[in-house]
Design a protein around this ligand. Structure first.
Ligand code: GUN
Length: 285
């Protein structure tokens, strides 16, 4: 039977540590880190993520502002808000919740955030830093995945890792982080032929496809470590579920994360870490 890795418990421990860290930082520098979140529209998924971020900030003592704007905000108006936050010395991190409405050019918006306030690590400067192994901001979900693997001392060097999904937010950056830890990486995606034969090679399987219960028992190797990044609704029960059919694979794999309570809370925890990192750079420069 697999050991279920709880991202929720790991998050609680890390948030406890950060709470003390923020207190110490405030004593030292006379202010707390501040995160600004911009939420456009009222997509239930986005609203729920943003609420989770506010809750985490409040737990840790990171001050935060959520700027809520209607769906019909223009790109120029959004750019003006970002410009103001870019220039505001009391703001350490800026996060624009994605996806944005279709009339707004997402790339343009991401590129307008100051790289040293880009807590998502999506700006081209931070993306380039990751690929060139230079200091920069690492995207939250990939960072959270690495922390989860390290929390149970999974050895990565020399292992075969398969990532399903090639998004800029998860698939590509986590592949680079695994490569930097000397795993042998395969990135599988919607056009991969005979996907099961590829995923069955994985000592570490990272599922980030966004399809409910997509990974079944016959797609995993005996004893594999399975990281489930999916946050989906089960079409039958309406409940939250991952990309992996948890119950189907549970007694075949060695470690697995669950949904909810796995990578999701770790993503938010890493966002808090990134905000503190940005703060430290700001106050020390
Ligand atoms: N929407 C879904 N995931 C994310 C994320 O990690 N960052 C932002 N900004 N929006 C998202």
């Amino acid at each position: 039977m697999a050991e279920v890795i709880s991202g929720k418990e790991l998050s609680l421990k890390k948030r406890d540590f950060m709470k003390n860290q923020v207190e110490m930082l405030e004593n030292k520098y006379g202010r707390k880190p501040h995160l600004a979140v911009i939420l456009v529209g009222d997509d239930p998924g986005s609203v729920s993520y943003v609420t989770g971020k506010e809750k985490a900030c409040n737990e840790i003592g990171i001050t935060n502002t959520t700027i809520k704007k209607p769906n019909d905000i223009t790109q120029e108006e959004l750019l003006e808000i970002i410009e103001e936050l870019n220039n505001n010395k009391s703001v350490d991190g800026i996060l624009v919740q994605l996806p944005l409405p279709k009339h707004i050019n997402q790339t343009f918006i991401i590129n307008s955030i100051r790289p040293d306030k880009d807590v998502d690590g999506f700006h081209p400067v931070n993306v380039a830093s990751l690929y060139l192994k230079q200091p920069g901001i690492i995207p939250c979900t990939p960072k959270g995945i690495m922390e989860v693997l390290d929390s149970v001392n999974i050895s990565i060097e020399g292992k075969r890792a398969v990532v399903i999904g090639r998004s800029n937010i998860v698939g590509l950056p986590v592949s680079k982080l695994m490569l930097d830890r000397n795993a042998t990486i395969t990135i599988a995606h919607s056009r991969t032929k005979d996907l099961a034969s590829v995923t069955k090679e994985a000592d570490i399987l990272i599922a980030a496809v966004g399809k409910p219960l997509f990974v079944k028992r016959d797609m995993v190797k005996e004893g594999a470590v399975v990281i489930d990044v999916g946050v989906n609704r089960n079409p039958e029960t309406g409940k939250l579920c991952g990309d992996v059919d948890f119950n189907d694979v549970l007694d075949k794999v060695s470690y697995i994360t669950k949904v909810p309570g796995g990578i999701g809370p770790m993503t938010i925890t890493c966002l808090m870490e990134n905000t503190i990192e940005c703060f430290i750079k700001h106050v020390e420069n």
